[in-house]
Design a protein around this ligand. Structure first.
Ligand code: IVH
Length: 698
């Protein structure tokens, strides 16, 4: 934070103005100074937050300064400059958008869909340049948003326009000014007289989710994807609405440049760096590749991280990095010869819903599963997709026989996005939810506000039994090596096991009888089961599959009560005392622990030798973190989240999943998002990964 700003904060207590004879206010020297100081503080904080991703003040402080600035401008409008940060909140609504003719046309890109397409592009470039050496490429994610042109004159944002047809776009200056990371004024001392910045406006995935959540709550239109939501936000005539939408901008090239200060760079990547120095936000994933092998490696890298990025991309753009080579290559019709958009396989496809089946989960939840005409989407052939629950089926208005749009993004379960109503056949039939469990015929009920319908069969239901045993054996639970889902199904089908406790009574002779089970695998499985008996109380609690008791809650329960017996005897009030445990979870735990069948299973497991070290041994009460409530967020690079959790817990800390006023410390890895923001808002201490690792080492 700037020193001058701190001083001002202490001195300034709200706007006060001298009044002229006519009753209007004229700001005095001190107030002008105050105004300029507020302006530069706000610019600096926005830059730190949105461009550098490194905020130094809580949001509340930014908002407070912004309110002061707006108050000053209301009383003394003559102070307001065209680059005032107050414009971030939007201004007067327009009646229509004016047309803008681009000084230089906004082009599009040729697409490539395979490594062969890229090789052909590279060859064309080499042939044209009569070159045989490796070409250097600037590599950038292809952002899935909307292209805009932003013009700065004398460093001040004066105009912004959509791409339109490439020649003529619409004047969306007021809207673009509200985009959080778009600077209204460029930074630094060498700024071109005129600079046209081109880039993409998009909505973050986080922002999109919360926008849609809000829209749903208000009963308003939900957006199909972040791109549509971004387009909708940019199209608003009232820039206050645009300001309320989570839009972002990344610059990816320059259009018109005059005054020549940044025209001296020899490569595209250097030019982007210069633009970054001027305060323009750039995509951090951009890189440079020397030759096609490196370029393809970059493509694979970005493809593999696509899902983890907080913005949608639909490919990678490769640009010949040398600007003089770009000039020599020139353009064909509407696209440059020096660039190619290498696209990822489509994530959405159309197919036919052939049938709907109902699956029963571990907690009895009945999930409608769409059986589809197989379709290649997101890089794999998909023949099933989840329809989630009855509300979702209703929302989609989908019927069996419909043509549907399927989305498969990365490793996420394929989803049915929408129905193509125009293609509905005459014999399309309604999806009827069962009133009895398709597996055990017990009654299916939907309680309270829950969106899911559940089978009431409990452990009588074979499907629930199978899922409970799979969960028990899973990695984060007892981690039984050699016991996969298929094998669990086989064991239940053969009635060799009925409950997780039965696993501990399996014999070699039983196992070798199973289809596709050799003696060696059987011995390994028995060893895996034996090994899994030595566990920890949190893992054991988690393995029981109590509804809504995830890893973090299981750990908190263990730390709070220290023994299984105390948890099983606790009443609901005592359970609610545990971090992260509310009424509903307490009720679930209480019911589980007071069910005779469950207790008998637990007892049988203990008898079979399931054990864990006593929890007290792990806690050092005089440790710095003992009893502290810690939240982990973002990606850690030197250790996994669960390792970090385990170590913190072993030091007596409580690890929670959400930030609240009760949180003592937040550990923020890379790409920490809303939790970090909230921690900053609440003034909670935040450590980076390095600090955590150092602490562990000390
Ligand atoms: S360069 C002449 N770089 O893709 C070069 N475009 O298909 C023009 N896009 O309209 C654009 N990410 O909206 C460029 N890193 C990137 C991009 C990018 C997304 C979009 C842009 C453009 C479209 C062309």
């Amino acid at each position: 934070m700037k020193e001058g700003n701190t001083k001002n904060k202490q001195r300034y207590t709200g706007p006060s103005f001298s009044s002229s004879a006519l009753g209007s206010f004229v700001a005095d020297h001190q107030q002008i100074q105050k105004y300029n100081s507020l302006k530069s503080s706000l610019e600096e904080f926005a830059h730190q937050y949105y461009v550098l991703d490194d905020p130094t003040v809580p949001d509340a402080e930014y908002d407070r300064l912004m309110r002061q600035l707006i108050a000053l401008e209301e009383i003394a409008p003559e102070l307001k400059t065209p680059d005032s940060p107050s414009q971030k909140v939007g201004g007067k609504a327009l009646s229509k958008f004016e047309q803008v003719t681009h000084e230089l046309p906004m082009l599009s890109l040729d697409n490539g869909f395979s490594a062969d397409d890229f090789a052909a592009f590279e060859q064309r470039v080499k042939d044209r340049l009569i070159l045989s050496d490796n070409i250097e490429f600037a590599c950038e994610p292809k952002l899935d948003g909307l292209a805009v042109s932003i013009i700065y004159e004398g460093g001040v944002l004066v105009k912004a326009a959509t791409r339109g047809d490439g020649q003529v776009g619409e004047n969306i200056t007021e809207n673009v000014k509200t985009i959080a990371n778009v600077p209204l004024r460029l930074r630094g001392s060498v700024i071109p007289e005129k600079l046209e910045v081109r880039g993409e406006v998009f909505m973050t995935k986080d922002g999109f989710e919360s926008l849609n959540k809000g829209q749903k709550e208000k009963g308003e239109k939900v957006f199909a994807n972040p791109r549509n939501a971004a387009a909708g936000a940019l199209r608003q005539l009232d820039s206050k609405i645009t300001a309320s939408r989570p839009l972002r901008f990344y610059a990816y090239s320059a259009g018109v440049i005059s005054g020549d200060t940044i025209a001296q760079e020899t490569t595209h990547s250097e030019r982007l760096i210069k633009m970054g120095e001027m305060g323009l936000p750039l995509c951090k994933e951009s890189d440079v590749a020397n030759g096609s092998i490196e370029a393809m490696q970059y493509f694979e890298k970005i493809a593999s991280m696509r899902n983890r990025l907080n913005y949608d991309i639909d490919g990678v753009v490769f640009k010949v990095n040398d600007l003089s080579l770009q000039i020599r290559l020139g353009f064909v019709s509407k696209a440059p010869r020096w660039a190619i958009a290498q696209k990822f396989p489509a994530q959405e496809e159309i197919t036919v819903l052939k049938d709907v089946e109902f699956q029963v989960g571990r907690t009895g939840a009945i999930t409608p599963v769409a059986r589809l005409e197989p379709v290649f989407v997101g890089g794999v052939t998909v023949s099933n997709a989840t329809l989630h629950n009855q509300d979702e089926v209703q929302r989609l208005g989908v019927k069996v026989g419909d043509s549907v749009i399927i989305r498969r993004a990365g490793d996420v379960i394929p989803q049915v996005v929408s129905v193509v109503l125009e293609r509905r056949p005459d014999d399309a039939r309604d999806i009827v939810f069962p009133s009895n469990c398709p597996i055990c015929s017990s009654e299916v009920i939907r309680t309270g506000e829950e969106a899911v319908a559940r089978c009431t069969g409990g452990m009588k239901c074979e499907a629930q039994r199978k899922e409970a045993i799979k969960h028990f054996a899973s990695r984060k639970a007892l981690d039984i090596e050699g016991l996969g889902d298929k094998l669990v199904e086989q064991l239940v089908d053969q009635t060799l096991i009925n409950t997780p406790a039965d696993l501990f009574h399996l014999t070699l002779s039983q196992l070798v009888e199973l289809e596709r089970m050799g003696k060696k695998s059987a011995v390994n499985l028995l060893q895996g089961i034996e090994k899994a008996k030595a566990t920890t109380l949190p893992k054991f609690l988690y393995s029981l599959g109590i509804r809504e008791v995830g890893e973090a809650t299981a750990r908190n329960l263990a730390m709070h009560f220290l023994t299984f017996e105390s948890i099983s005897h606790a009443d609901k009030e005592r359970l609610i005392d545990v971090d992260d445990v509310g009424e509903v979870v307490a009720d679930n735990i209480f019911k589980f622990m007071n069910d005779e069948q469950n207790l008998a299973i637990v007892e049988e497991m203990m008898k079979a030798g399931v054990n864990w070290p006593s929890v007290e041994q792990n806690i050092s009460s005089d440790h710095l973190l003992s009893g502290k409530i810690i939240v982990l967020t973002g990606t850690l690079s030197t250790l996994s989240r669960s390792e970090a959790k385990d170590r913190l817990m072993s030091l007596g800390a409580k690890v929670s999943g959400s930030v609240s006023a009760k949180t003592d410390l937040v550990i923020a890895g890379e790409k920490a998002g809303s939790k970090l923001k909230k921690a900053n808002e609440l003034g909670i201490e935040v450590w980076g990964e390095e600090q955590l690792v150092e602490f562990f080492a000390s």
